[in-house]
Design a protein around this ligand. Structure first.
Ligand code: NAG
Ligand code: NAG
Ligand code: NAG
Ligand code: NAG
Ligand code: NAG
Ligand code: NAG
Ligand code: NAG
Ligand code: NAG
Ligand code: NAG
Ligand code: NAG
Length: 879
């Protein structure tokens, strides 16, 4: 059966497929037509760029616009370039021919390209360049890339015609011979990874002025010092290949016979530095990294009197002594990163250096005595990161590090640190690995009061480490110049759960940025931030704060950014931001807010520019209507699409973006008060007084008039009260029983004698049934339900549940069987959302009045409302 029923569909299938595919087919054919007719390439008219990469081309396409400036034909199958290939495109400036298999280039191929600036021929593995004058026409060539082309031969004086070449990259070829005697001023020549064995006058002729020539990864076997000396290059690089001491000596000796400034000999198995290796020389920059040097000898660098930077990183040096560097008068930067240094100045000698920067990262230092840097009076930066076993660094007044400005101790293991460094401005002690879980770094900064930047992130600090509560002293006392302080990722609370104490930051009058991210803070003392009169940025992200005292931000009158993302906040006090008139950014995402009070935001409404309230369980109801309206204003809402209404929201809003909340539809129109002129005001008052006095007569007249004029034209529910089990169901709060007894019962008996089967409140519910079931039963089986609202009633949860049940039935049955009576005036903000929603939809409601003149009108209207059932109509108000 199933198959037979499907059969017609199956028969239709090809047709359906055809219908679906036809537009695609047409489109495809259309595109193909475009390809073949004009070009297979993508053309960007604005840049005049033709992108023909990866198109399976076997020659340069000849159907491109002839004014192209950029031509990209990488990743094709081009094997030859002819002298006619570029004749059509004289304006090409950038030509990329890489990743083809070009084997042959006719020598006049590039002649038409007078503007050629950038030529890339890299990764053509069988490339052979023509012997003569390939670039004769390319006077403006500035970059030539010939990487990995297996080039065995570079034609003599290839660059003779191109005085503007700046970069030529010949990396990874098979050149053994170079003859470039004529060329312009090159900034960078990369000849690394070739097969050059001899740097001699026969095989290496290089007359170009250049900044830097990279000759590393060449199996250099012999060097003529005169060739090195005659190279007019400022810096040379050798290595990444084991070089013999002979070669190294010849290189160095050549360097010293010229005015070269930079030399790098890296990874060339230069394990021992012979004592007389360095002669007096003009070198200012020397790198000997990665050579496995194990030890240095006294005075080994002494002839390098003009050297400014010495890099000895990635060797195996164990001991560093001042005497190694004796005489290096100009040395400013010494880099000893990534060695195995365990001892620094073990004999407490005096450094006769004017060093500014000393890098000692990633070594094996454990203890640095107070005399280790004796004499380095001008040292400003000391980098000791990643000395994972460094536990002692004594910087005392004897250390003479008077100019030290920056000390980096990240990833060290200091348990105590008390620097006496008056000019210290930047101190980092992040990720300290204190070996024992019971010790935390004991830091004293009272002799380094110039600090401006202090970072102690993720170093197991506890509150006790920054606040000595026995004497009320803070680690930060006296740091009146501190501008940024980052204490993030320390679990302040974990060991001794307590609120974050007062006054820790009291003396930090200059502090602008305070980071307390993920610090396990669960509570803050109201005076925790006192004294921070310059604070701009406060980051408390990712803590466990549940509540904020209304005075917590009172001192922060300069604050512009407060980040409280990822805490456990549920409510913000109305006065929280009363003294933060410069706040521009407030981040409160991922907390537990269900509601907000408009008053809280009044003081910062005009300054605030962006706001993040995403990932909070807002219950969207008319109470936060203002918030929704505010969000849709000028303010920038971060993660707007993640600012959602929770499941506790009104039905249509649950799980939806708060911004979708159509407040005017769900909460009635916002009454905008238009300023009246005083005169109009007076007239209105007079009219109101007159009308008010006669209001009941007027209302009665209007009501009768309405009955007469329009009758009951509304859509009446066809069912009669007799069709129901009960006539009238009255829902009221216990306290209102007296009103029911004294007013309602007599009036109903008099005016609606036909209603005999009435349910008055809970006592008439069907016994034996579950309470809510009984409520539900009565509501659904009554012709009318009357709800009596009073201030006490709306605060009762059970009462509201009953209203909800009734409302649900109104929606379900689409019958207007509920009538609401206000027994007293209820202030707007107290009216529960549910009731407000009901009213705003134009559903029937009446106001009871104590004024006896109004009673007649009230009962007439009630009786009318109780004797008919209209169909609900959400479009036209019923009243
Ligand atoms: C290039 O040509 C070779 C052989 O001629 C062929 O196998 C290959 O698929 C072609 N590559 C492209 C991208 O057309
Ligand atoms: C040469 O190239 C530069 C840009 O590098 C350009 O400004 C200049 O106009 C070009 N000159 C010629 C003659 O093409
Ligand atoms: C370069 O010049 C030398 C000497 O004149 C010559 O022997 C050699 O053939 C030339 N090489 C090329 C590729 O022209
Ligand atoms: C280098 O090239 C120039 C010009 O092509 C030539 O005169 C010279 O002999 C060549 N030198 C060597 C060593 O090949
Ligand atoms: C490195 O140099 C040492 C002696 O200095 C030598 O014994 C060793 O063979 C060299 N290693 C290589 C790879 O050249
Ligand atoms: C310094 O250079 C001189 C020659 O200029 C040389 O004799 C001496 O050995 C060198 N000293 C060192 C320590 O290398
Ligand atoms: C530190 O620098 C000053 C100024 O450049 C200089 O006069 C002084 O000699 C230097 N001190 C040392 C120990 O080199
Ligand atoms: C250096 O630091 C260690 C450990 O903190 C301490 O015991 C020692 O007394 C200090 N030495 C000096 C000279 O300050
Ligand atoms: C360093 O501190 C001393 C006082 O200890 C002061 O005289 C000197 O000027 C400071 N130097 C700098 C660069 O601030
Ligand atoms: C908002 O705060 C004001 C001022 O404290 C208070 O009167 C009002 O009841 C609060 N409103 C809500 C909805 O909490």
């Amino acid at each position: 059966m199933a198959f037979i029923r499907q059969a017609p569909l199956l028969r239709c299938l090809p047709l359906v497929v055809l219908c679906v595919l036809t537009p695609t087919l047409i489109q495809t054919i259309h595109q193909d037509a475009m390809f073949t007719a004009s070009m297979i390439c993508h053309y960007e008219a604005e840049q005049k760029k033709a992108d023909c990469s990866d198109r399976g081309l076997d020659s340069i396409p000849q159907n491109l616009p002839d004014d192209i400036k950029v031509l990209d034909v990488t990743r094709n199958n081009i094997t030859f370039i002819l002298s006619t290939s570029f004749q059509r495109y004289p304006l090409i400036q950038v030509l990329d021919l890489s990743l083809n298999d070009i084997r042959m280039i006719e020598s006049e191929s590039f002649y038409p390209l007078k503007e050629l600036n950038h030529l890339i021929l890299s990764f053509n593995p069988n490339l052979v360049l023509p012997a003569t004058d390939l670039f004769r026409g390319s006077k403006n060539l500035s970059t030539l890339d010939l990487i990995q082309c297996n080039l065995k031969l570079l034609p003599n004086d290839t660059l003779k015609w191109s005085p503007s070449v700046e970069n030529i990259n010949l990396m990874i070829n098979r050149l053994t011979f170079v003859n470039m005697s004529l060329c312009g001023r090159l900034s960078f020549v990369d000849l690394s990874s070739n097969e050059i064995e001899h740097l001699t006058a026969e095989s290496f002729i290089f007359g170009c002025q250049s900044d830097y020539i990279d000759l590393s990864r060449n199996p250099i076997k012999s060097v003529d010092p005169n060739v090195i000396a005659s190279l007019s290059a400022r810096s040379l690089s050798f290595g990444s290949y084991p070089l013999s001491l002979e070669v190294l000596k010849d290189i160095y000796s050549g360097i010293c016979r010229s005015e070269k400034v930079g030399l790098a000999i890296i990874y060339s198995n230069f394990t021992v530095l012979p004592l007389d290796f360095f002669r007096n020389c003009s070198l200012t920059f020397l790198t000997l990294s990665g050579n496995g040097i194990q030890s240095l000898s006294p005075y080994v660098f002494s002839n390098l009197t003009r050297l400014v930077e010495l890099h000895l990183s990635q060797n195996n040096i164990v001991t560093v002594e001042p005497i190694f560097f004796q005489g290096m008068r100009e040395l400013k930067v010494l880099n000893l990163d990534n060695n195995k240094i365990k001892y620094i100045n073990p004999n407490s000698d005096v450094w006769a250096l004017d060093l500014n920067v000393l890098y000692l990262c990633t070594n094996s230092l454990t203890e640095i005595s107070e005399f280790a840097f004796l004499g380095l009076r001008n040292l400003t930066l000391l980098d000791l990161r990643f000395n994972k076993d460094l536990i002692v660094l004594n910087i005392t007044s004897f250390s003479e590090l008077t100019e030290i400005q920056t000390i980096d101790l990240n990833q060290c293991s200091m348990s105590t640190f008390h620097p006496v460094a008056p000019n210290l401005t930047t101190l980092s002690m992040n990720n300290m690995n204190i070996p024992s879980t019971y010790t935390t770094p004991r830091i004293f900064l009272k002799d380094s009061q110039g600090i401006k930047d202090l970072e102690i992130r993720k170093s197991s600090l506890s509150t006790a480490d920054i606040w000595d509560k026995t004497v009320n002293v803070s680690l930060f006392d006296g740091l009146s110049k501190l501008i940024t302080l980052d204490l993030s990722d320390n679990s302040f609370d974990i060991r001794f759960p307590d609120i974050f104490p007062a006054r820790i930051f009291e003396q930090l009058a200059a502090l602008q940025k305070l980071g307390l991210e993920t610090c396990h803070i669960s509570g803050l003392h109201p005076l925790a931030f006192s004294g921070l009169e310059s604070l701009r940025v406060l980051n408390l992200r990712g803590n466990m704060i549940q509540q904020l005292n209304f005075e917590i931000f009172k001192m922060l009158d300069q604050v512009t950014i407060i980040n409280l993302d990822g805490n456990l906040l549920t409510y913000l006090d109305e006065q929280l931001f009363s003294n933060n008139p410069r706040l521009t950014t407030l981040l409160l995402s991922n907390n537990r807010f269900t509601r907000l009070n408009q008053t809280t935001f009044e003081p910062i409404k005009s300054s605030l520019l962006s706001l993040d309230f995403s990932l909070n369980p807002f219950s969207c109801n008319c109470d936060i209507r203002w918030f929704r309206d505010w969000m849709s204003g000028h303010i920038f809402v971060i993660d707007e699409d993640k600012t959602l209404c929770s499941l506790a929201s009104l039905e249509p809003l649950r799980g939806k973006p708060l911004l979708n909340f159509d407040t005017s539809k769900l909460c009635g129109l916002n009454v905008v008060l238009v300023c009246l002129t005083p005169l109009a005001g007076i007239i209105v008052v007079v009219i109101v007084v007159v009308l008010y006095h006669n209001r009941w007569q007027l209302k009665q007249k209007l009501f009768l008039f309405k009955l007469m004029a329009i009758g009951y034209k509304e859509m009446r529910d066809a069912r009669d009260y007799k069709d129901y089990e009960f006539d009238l169901n009255i829902i009221f709060y216990d306290d209102d029983e007296e009103w029911v007894r004294q007013q309602l019962r007599p009036a109903l008996e008099e005016r609606l004698p036909q209603f005999q089967r009435n349910v008055f409140g809970d006592q008439d519910l069907i016994p034996g049934m579950h309470y809510l079931d009984a409520v539900d039963y009565v509501v659904s089986h009554s012709y009318k339900t009357l709800i009596l609202l009073s201030r006490a009633a709306v605060h009762d949860r059970w009462f509201m549940l009953k209203i909800r049940t009734a409302m649900d039935h109104v929606s379900d049955t689409e019958t207007e069987f509920v009538v609401v009576v206000f027994l007293e005036d209820i202030p707007d903000e107290e009216i529960p959302f549910l009731a407000r929603l009901y009213l705003s939809d134009g559903r029937p409601y009446l106001h009871w009045t104590e004024d006896v003149r109004g009673h007649d009108f009230f009962w007439n209207k009630l009786v009318k409302n109780l004797t008919i059932n209209l169909r609900t109509n959400d479009l036209i108000p019923n009243e």
